[in-house]
Design a protein around this ligand. Structure first.
Ligand code: HPA
Length: 249
């Protein structure tokens, strides 16, 4: 069973290898394959980080990974913190999400089959546990759980929104994890997200938000994070408790 990394902001040159183009019903996808580790790599925002969060073709690359018989996906994401006790630099092994997106294709089941997928445990517990061990071994400062709120973007939130999302139970906010996690589960793939807090959310932050601070913080943690993510995918055992795909796609 193969593994894949979906690299977010600051992680799009994550893993070297040869490129491969895969055709899907949602359009072509360009992926990288590393022969040494046998891992696939997808830069979420495309080569050169050119695709904004609300225009990412999530269905195409999750479909492509499924077609390539990937079973394990580890994704990285830069996030804003909704809580003072989660400062920039902290890594969160997300275990829940709240979907606050508005206009993205968010399912493979949008034709004439009615499928309701269980989301009690949206993120793979096996991957989260192994990843926690690898992060700890490298001295990365992480929390083992947290709730990710996904906004539509590409703008950042207002301070009023940050207060509201925090009162809802969100810990961190980002613009990409939905529908990515949803599609992975619909395809029956084990998926985990390692979220790196790059800034305090608007209003908690002393100044205005700037994409440059996000990229800078990600580049500081990237070497250790790459090593932890790769090691996790290389040691993952066969079998998992995640539910299988509900129906043929
Ligand atoms: N809000 C939304 N997405 C983000 C943020 C944020 O503060 N930081 C990094 N991605």
């Amino acid at each position: 069973m193969a593994g894949a990394v979906i690299g977010g902001t600051g992680f799009h040159e994550g893993i070297a290898g040869v490129t491969r183009e895969v055709d899907t019903p949602y359009g072509p996808v360009q992926l990288w394959h590393d022969h040494t580790t046998q891992l696939w790599f997808v830069p979420r925002h495309g080569p050169g980080h050119r695709v904004p969060p609300h225009r990412v073709n999530y269905r195409a690359f999750i479909w492509a990974l499924w077609q390539l018989e990937v079973q394990w996906i580890l994704a990285t994401a830069a996030v804003g913190s909704l809580r003072r006790e989660l400062p920039p630099g902290r890594v969160v092994l997300v275990d829940q999400f709240i979907d606050w997106t508005r206009c993205r294709p968010h399912t493979f089941y949008d034709r004439d089959t009615v499928v309701h997928t269980d989301f009690t445990a949206p993120y793979c517990p096996t991957l989260r546990r192994l990843l926690g061990r690898q992060l700890a071994a490298r001295g990365l400062d992480f929390v083992p759980e947290g709730c990710y709120v996904c906004t539509e973007g590409p703008r950042y939130e207002t301070p009023a929104e940050v207060r509201a999302l925090s009162a809802w139970g969100g810990d961190v906010v980002g613009m990409t994890n939905v529908p990515e996690v949803v599609l992975a589960r619909e395809a029956g793939l084990c998926y985990a997200l390692v979220a790196v807090v790059t800034n305090y959310g608007a209003g908690l932050s002393p100044g205005r938000l700037d994409h440059r601070e996000v990229v800078e913080l990600m580049s500081r943690v990237r070497p250790e994070l790459t090593a932890a993510v790769t090691a996790t995918l290389c040691e993952v055992p066969p079998g998992c408790v995640c539910p299988p795909r509900a129906q043929n796609l």
